[in-house]
Design a protein around this ligand. Structure first.
Ligand SMILES: [Zn+2]
Length: 68
């Protein structure tokens, strides 16, 4: 199975039965990143995180009250 990296357009051949290939097939909205981009992003993100000026904008999950 061929997968194209969303950033650098490199085509990576994935093993048909691998976990990554399965995930891509089942969830098409999932973005594929080649190992080189993945590593680069990881390093840059960690470096930015180390500066202390990096915020993750995650919204807090509200507790849903199921019984009213
Ligand atoms: Zn890439």
């Amino acid at each position: 199975m061929n997968a194209k990296c969303a950033i650098c357009d490199a085509v990576v051949v994935l093993d048909q039965g691998s976990f990554q290939a399965k995930r891509l097939r089942n969830r098409q909205e999932k973005m594929f990143l080649c190992p080189a981009c993945c590593e680069r992003i990881e390093q840059r993100t960690k470096a930015r995180h180390a500066t202390g000026q990096f915020k993750l904008y995650r919204n807090k999950k509200k507790k849903r009250q199921l019984i009213k």
